[in-house]
Every structure is written in C-alpha cells, then in structure tokens.
Design a binder for this molecule. Structure first.
Ligand SMILES: [Cu+2]
Length: 729
C-alpha cells in the first residue's frame, strides 16, 4: 500500500533543548530547497517546448489537455488487447450494414424508408468474443479472436413478424452471417411485440395515428383546456408532444402504451405534462390494426376519442383549464438559469485540479494504464459501459466489470407515472452518453474518448468525448497517522494523499443523467459508483396524486420512485478457479476465561463457503452483517490466508415489489443485493433489451438463471460471474 513517492514522514523534535539545532537544520534545509527550486525552474523552462510529447494522442482521444509537465513516458507498442474489446468503427459498422442490405433473402429496407411492417436493421454493434477465446489469446498465445458484429433486425414483413439477431463477420469485410440464439430464451427469434421501442420508425407511425386519428377530433378541447396548446400547432408555437408509458404491454405477446402529452417549448419540458392520456394497442406490424382503447381527460375515462369529443362538445363532462405558463418568470423554475444573489458576492474562480508533472496515466486506444492498474473499456450501445481485463500489479483481478441494467420504478394515480417501470437497457442507455464538459462534468485535465453507435439510425454516428478518464485528488487522505506520545506530542506522522483514477461516462436517458464512475485507488480498491442528476420525471399533479407525491409546482409533480442499478463483476483472483464465502460477524457469549464467574460477549467471525447459486443469492440483513469474500483456494498470501477480494455494498435498496407482481420478473436481479452464478458463455448478461416489453415472461429471467444451477463447485469450479444489484433513491 505504501508508495514512498507520496508518503510524508517526519520525526517530531520534542523538548526545548533541541530548538537551536532545529533552527540550524531548518536553515540548511531552506538553502537546499532554494537551490533545488532554481534548478527545477531551469529544467522546466528548457523542457517546456517538449511537454506532452510522450502522451498518447490517438485519434480516439479527442481531448487531451496540455499539462505543465511531460507526463508519463510510454512506448509506442500497442497493448496486446488492442482490438480485442474495441467497439466497431464507423467503417466496420458501415461495412456490416451494407453487407446485410445486400443479402436478398433478408429482404431488408433501408432505415430511412422503413415502417413498422418492413424488415429493417434496428442496431449494429460489437459482439465481444468469448472469455475462453480471449484468455487463450492474452495468456497462452492462442489466435487473436475474430472481431464480430451483432445486428438486431426487426422482421416486420414476415408472417408472423419477429425479431432476429445476426452475427456478422469478419467486420472489416463481412462474408458471412448466422442467426444468433438470443441470450435468455436461446431461440432464434424473439416475439415482435417484445422489441424495444424505436423512437424513429415506431414513433413516426404513432405520430400519424395521433395527428390523424386524435388531433382533429380534440382540437377544440386541446385549445380550450390547455390554453392554446395542441398537437396540430402552427409556427412551432404552443405545441404538445407525446410520449408513452413503459413497459409497452404486459407480456412479450402484447404491446400497449398510455400516450401522454407534454407542453414542449420550455427548457425543462419534462415539467409540463397535461392530464390527457390515451391507451393505444400498438401490437403487431400492421399499424392499420392499432386501436385506441381508452382515453382519460380530467380524471374521467372514455372508451374512445369520439366519445370524449362528443361529450366535451355537448358539455356533459367536467372540463378543466390548465393555463399556459405566463412569460419567462413562470418557467424559470424548470430552467438551469441561476438566480438569487450570486455567491460569492465578488466573482471569484473556485478551486481546480492541476497536474504539476503532467498526466500520470497513459492511454492507448481504449487501454488505460495508471500506477499499478491497467484495463480496457468499451461501451455496449444498449446496456452501457464495460471494463475488461482489470489488472493490479500485473495480476488480473477482474475479467469483466460492466453495467448491466438501470431500472426506475414509479408510482402515482394516473397512468403517468403509475404505469412507468423503466429498464434503460431497452432505451439505448449506452448510446445516451454525450459530450462531457471540461471543468464541470470532469476536471479540465481529463482525457476523453469518442464512441460510435448505430441504434435506430440510418448510419453510424460518432458521439464525441462520451467517456473521460482523469486523475483526482479527492481531498481525503488515503491513510494517515500521528503517533501519540501521550504527553501532548507525537513521535511520527505518516500520511498519503488519495490520488485516484476515475473513468466516467454520463448517460442521459431522457430526463435523468446517470454519472457512472469507476474509481481506481492506489491500495488495490476499485469503487463502482453511480450518481444521479438531470430532471425528475414530470407528472401531472392534482389531489389524487397526494398519496404518491408532493406538489412541486402548479399542476406538476413527480411520482415516488426507485432507481436500481445492476452491475456484473467477473472476478478472477489468481486465475479462474475461485470460491465464494460469506463471513458473518456474529456474537458469542462465552465464559470469561480468567474470571470463570463472569461472561464475555464479543463479535466473532463465522465463515460459510457457499456451494449452490441459490445459497449464494444474497439478501442484505442488518441483524446478520456479513462480509462477502471471493477467494482462490489454491493461492495464499505469506500469512497463509487465501488470496481474495471482498465485495463491499455501500448503497443498497430493497426491492419492495413482490416477486409475483407483473413487473418484477423483467428485473428479478433487483430482488438481491448480490448474486453469484457459475460462469456460462450463454449467460453473460443479467438483462436483455427485450425484457422491458415482456415484463411477465422476460427474455432473460435472472431469477431462473440462479435457480437452475444446483451445484456451485468449490475450488474445482470455473469462474463465477457476480452480478450486483444496488441502488439509491
Ligand atoms: Cu429519480
């Protein structure tokens, strides 16, 4: 742990008799320091022109701040992992897309011309190679894994319509495609109604349905009730736009959504929902068969738009008028405009991070090295950021550390927000990381990376500076101590500044912004952290919302909700054969050995090695605190203790939904604070992009994954993957 470079040690000099000596020593020290500073100044002045020469500024590193020093030197050799975990480039995605479009039997329509009943490419991205292949290459000089792509194709033109996934290779110049058995069901097709919502193609058809089937009939109502706001607005003024609740339906076989309307022309438009809801059955590929089933207006429910329009016209219903915001003052609350008395009263800049000797980490493509650490990263366009091959002091400790899913589950009186239970892997969470702003989102010193994605787009797009890495002094010492001499002094001081490396990405999934951090400490700890920002999910407020939320503004609130985040960590401590144990901190009540008439109550460690996955599924219990320890039975440290890593769950949320509630199966990982499963190549994810719209019968049922495998072998076992569910409100 000790890094002499950052350690500060000094001896105390108690006693007045030594004060003369102290002054002499100090004088000499100051002279030495002055000379050293002079020499340093000359060296810096001479080298200024050369600064940054050794820093890696590959094409992917879009921002690399000029720093004062020359930074870490690094060779030009590319890391062995180059290309193994890297996402597809613009050229590779384009080649895969063009190859698929040429395959006549697929009968694909280009994205721009596609409708719901077309066969079209929804997404293309990198398909990481199997762990066996990668380790054979990295550790045993096996062949380099082939780079492959996975394309999700919506086959709206087949009967019945289905979703298929194709594995296409090689990505540089594709020559073959095979149908993939989709993880979860292990079938070659997924039900069409379980597909993710496509905010291009499907929204377009929905918009026509609303613009043609609803807007003309409700023009008068919208105009009067919503103070001029309508779907058919003119000159882009007083426009309503609409969104839909999720999940889209109850099972994989149906597709229903409540459409709800929002005033769209303000900063923070999330905060301007109105009280009109329309239930749409948009199942299947034939949009002519889509139907409006219910309409809610001013807390009155109607079977059709016609019924509402007629009753509105003949004044047989309760009408509502929700005034439009009046001027800028009325909408200031939803803006980011700073208001109130400026602080501090005299404009002054705040503290900043700087790197006196330049960057202390090196970047080669998406391979990052820092102190004793090294790792690779990529971004799954759906589920988000993934780190691979994390090594500390040259030992691999984690094969994969990845975001799997983010859930947000709402409550309320009206369908918005009551019906909303989002899982963001189906809403392009990985493709939702946009450019970070230096000095606000990350320190000015950060190095940032561009990403390439293609979900719901005609061609791949570059997302600039969507992942950043930077070193940070977090202001709290990593360790420190004064050695008390108990006579108002001390014998020595030791301390170490906490300088850490942070890899950050911020996913803006509609209203909220998830800040995902992976923090590497110098003592071998990795911290995984999510901080939430952005806007709350706006809902219409009236007294009916009282049990679910507080009013936040006129007609506006946000329903009570949870955010639950699911990560996977595939730990490899000293190799792939690891075991898992809990160490319960129990209480013992024993006879005091040296006073036989007395008792002694104290804590005691009770180790329990888990043998089945079910046994290893962890539900936190305050009455029985436990350490969660992963260790290698065959590797010991010099004290004879098995080498291991402990998972420390810092922030947990209990899933309040019962196991048998319709919504729970699509996110059954949330029932556990941690679960441990035996590694299987076809069970690499705890969720799926098809789970959101098949809540009761999801594509990947995490709970059945952990129930299916009965025996978890001990030291003879293969690696385990350990998805961790944790969250915060
Ligand atoms: Cu929230």
């Amino acid at each position: 742990m000790e890094n002499t470079d950052s350690m500060i040690k000094r001896k105390s000099t108690p006693g007045a008799s030594t004060s003369l000596m102290l002054w002499k020593v100090l004088a000499i020290v100051f002279i030495v320091i002055s000379i050293a500073l002079l020499i340093a100044l000359i060296v810096v002045a001479t080298k200024k022109g050369k600064s940054d020469e050794n820093q890696e500024n590959g094409s992917r590193v879009a921002v690399s701040m000029e720093s004062c020093g020359e930074g870490m030197s690094s060779s030009d050799d590319s890391p062995k992992s180059a290309g193994v975990f890297d996402d597809l480039t613009i050229e590779e995605i384009t080649a895969v897309r063009d190859y698929l479009l040429e395959q006549r039997e697929l009968n694909l329509t280009e994205y721009v011309d596609a409708t719901v009943d077309s066969n079209y490419i929804y997404s293309i991205q990198f398909l990481p190679p199997s762990k066996d292949e990668v380790l054979e290459f990295l550790d045993n000089d096996g062949p380099k894994p082939e780079r492959r792509a996975v394309a999700v194709v919506f086959h709206g033109a087949t009967d019945p319509p289905v979703v298929r996934e194709y594995v296409v290779s090689p990505v540089a110049n594709p020559t073959q495609h095979v149908v993939r058995k989709v993880p979860g069901g292990q079938k070659e097709t997924v039900h069409f109604n379980a597909r993710p919502f496509d905010s291009g193609v499907e929204y377009k058809i929905m918009y026509y349905a609303m613009a043609i089937g609803v807007a003309p009939k409700l023009q008068k109502l919208m105009n009067e009730s919503y103070d001029g706001y309508t779907l058919q607005c003119t000159n882009n003024k007083k426009c309503l736009y609409f969104l839909e609740t999720a999940p889209l339906g109850f099972t994989a076989e149906d597709r229903y959504s409540w459409i709800y309307f929002i005033r769209g022309d303000f900063i923070g438009h999330y905060f301007y929902p109105i009280d009109l809801h329309i239930l749409l059955d948009h199942g299947g590929a034939n949009a002519f068969k889509w139907k409006i089933l219910k309409v809610i207006y001013n807390n009155q429910t109607f079977d059709s738009v016609d019924e509402l329009a007629a009753k509105y016209a003949n004044n047989t219903i309760e009408k509502i008028k929700i005034p439009a915001p009046k001027g800028d003052d009325d909408t200031l609350f939803s803006s980011y405009e700073r208001r109130g008395t400026p602080q501090p009263s005299k404009p002054m800049r705040g503290p900043e991070q700087y790197q006196p000797d330049g960057q202390r980490y090196t970047v080669k493509g998406h391979h990052i090295s820092y102190m004793s650490w090294s790792f690779d990263f990529r971004m799954d366009s759906n589920s988000g950021i993934q780190l691979y091959d994390i090594q500390f002091n040259g030992d691999r400790i984690v094969y994969e550390l990845s975001l799997q899913e983010a859930a947000a589950t709402y409550a309320g009186y009206y369908p918005l927000p009551s019906w909303n239970n989002f899982i963001d892997g189906a809403w392009k969470m990985g493709q939702s990381s946009y450019e970070m702003v230096l000095g606000v989102d990350v320190p000015e010193t950060a190095s940032c990376f561009d990403l390439v994605h293609m979900i719901g787009m005609e061609s791949p797009k570059t997302f600039r500076n969507a992942v950043c890495v930077f070193e940070l002094n977090d202001g709290i010492p990593l360790r420190r101590h004064y050695d008390n001499n108990f006579v108002n002094g001390y014998r020595f001081y030791g301390g170490m500044a906490n300088q850490v490396l942070i890899l950050r990405t911020i996913a803006t999934v509609y209203n909220y912004d998830y800040l995902f951090d992976f923090i590497f400490y110098q003592n071998g700890v990795i911290e995984v952290k999510m901080s939430a920002s952005g806007y709350i999910y706006g809902s219409f407020y009236d007294a009916n919302m009282h049990p679910y939320a507080y009013p936040l503004h006129e007609h506006f609130t946000s329903g009570t909700h949870d955010h639950l985040i699911n990560y996977k960590v595939d730990l490899d401590i000293g190799g792939r054969k690891n075991s898992y144990e809990t160490i319960e901190i129990g209480i013992e009540n024993i006879t005091e050995r040296w006073f036989p008439n007395r008792r002694r109550v104290q804590k005691v460690l009770k180790r329990s090695v888990k043998t089945t996955e079910l046994e290893a599924a962890y539900k936190f219990n305050f009455d029985h605190p436990k350490y969660l320890n992963f260790f290698n039975d065959a590797e010991e440290n010099r004290m004879g203790v098995k080498k291991g890593y402990r998972i420390q769950l810092e922030s947990m949320l209990k899933q309040l939904y019962p196991e048998d509630w319709m919504i729970t199966p699509m996110m059954s990982w949330s029932l556990y604070q941690m679960a441990v499963t035996k590694y299987k190549e076809n069970e690499t994810q705890s969720s799926s992009i098809y789970n959101q719209n098949s809540p009761t019968n999801p594509q990947v049922s995490f709970i059945s994954l952990i129930r299916r495998t009965f025996i978890l072998f001990l030291s003879a076992s293969d690696v385990r993957e350990i998805p961790i569910g944790w969250g915060r409100l």
